[in-house]
Design a protein around this ligand. Structure first.
Ligand code: AMP
Ligand code: MG
Length: 297
């Protein structure tokens, strides 16, 4: 369900599931926290076009499972609860992070974070396609990661059951480290990542994965680090807050460290784009400075 896609003006795909997810989550937040700002990835402009009426109908049908009497107009208005500027306290939502992974049948995540004065205080990542047990990658799927500032990081099944506290790996020797990176070659410089791995004598191939599920697998100690050096296709790319807010607190509360590739803290206080950052580095903490040093090559 939700796999049909249309191209947005920036040529990135958006699916029925992106719109449906945003409508349901925005409605949920607005009912409970009417004064809070929501900053989410999508808006309904494209959906309201007369030639998109069939898509809007599918989105509305999809939302009916959660809000049975909703009209198409209401669904669009819920999507548009999203604001395009941040405030002192706001929710950052990526209704489907890793849409390309979702379309391929790979990893994707529903990512929601609560941010107060630039500090992420709550992060939730739902990864419906991610295996629960790292020892059984073909086993049961569906993980929910939740982190609260100062209270730790937790993994549950997709229904919110079987909660356990998660921790990053304890690897100290860089040569024993493992790397996760994007699947999409335009989202990160894979060649640079390979050179860095060689320099550190890392022998295991990187684990390519879409979406903020990468933060989850660092947080649960499955891999040692998540590298995201901007690709040469778009070397000055500025990351979106909704692509990193939820994931970053989940990795940090599990004992990890998250900065950009120059060691600067992630900036969730300037606007939708993380203007003060360049790339992303997530590690188990122990190896952070060594990797930052190696990144200077
Ligand atoms: P990932 O699944 O980790 O590759 O990241 C998916 C996210 O990458 C999407 O949500 C986009 O917002 C973001 N993205 C799009 N273009 C670029 C780019 N040129 N460099 C880095 N990230 C990008
Ligand atoms: Mg995204």
């Amino acid at each position: 369900m939700g796999g049909e896609s249309i191209l947005k003006s920036d040529r990135s795909p958006v699916t029925i599931a992106d719109y449906g997810s945003q409508a349901i989550i925005c409605k949920w937040i607005r009912e409970r926290f009417p004064n809070d700002t929501i900053v989410a990835e999508e808006d309904s402009e494209e959906l309201r076009r007369p030639d998109r009426s069939a898509i809007l109908e599918q989105v509305t049908n999809y939302v009916h499972a959660f809000a049975p009497t909703s009209s198409s107009k209401e669904v669009c208005s819920w999507i548009d609860f999203s604001s395009n500027s941040i405030t002192d306290r706001f929710w950052a939502l990526d209704p489907i992070d890793g849409t390309k992974g979702f379309l391929r049948g790979d990893q994707y995540a529903i990512a929601l974070a609560l941010i107060e004065r630039g500090v992420v205080i709550l992060g939730i990542l739902a990864c419906p396609n991610l295996y629960i047990d790292i020892h059984y990658p073909f086993g049961e799927k569906g993980c929910l990661f939740v982190a609260l500032k100062g209270k730790g990081s937790f993994q549950m099944d997709i229904h919110g059951m079987s909660q356990r506290t998660i921790f990053v790996s304890k690897v100290k020797n860089p040569s024993e480290a493992t790397i996760t990176e994007s699947v999409e070659p335009d989202h990160a410089d894979h060649l640079f990542h390979q050179r860095l791995a060689r320099q550190l004598n890392i022998s295991k191939p990187s684990l390519k994965m879409d979406s903020q599920a990468k933060y989850g697998i660092v947080a649960r100690g499955e891999v040692t680090m998540y590298l995201r050096v901007p690709s040469s296709v778009e070397p000055m790319y500025k990351e979106n807050i909704w692509d990193h807010a939820a994931g970053s607190i989940i990795a940090e509360e599990a004992g990890g460290k998250v900065t950009d590739v120059l060691g600067r803290p992630l900036d969730f206080s300037s606007g939708i784009k993380m203007e003060k950052n360049h790339g992303i580095l997530v590690t188990n903490g122990i190896l952070h400075d060594v990797i930052l040093e190696a990144l200077k090559m």
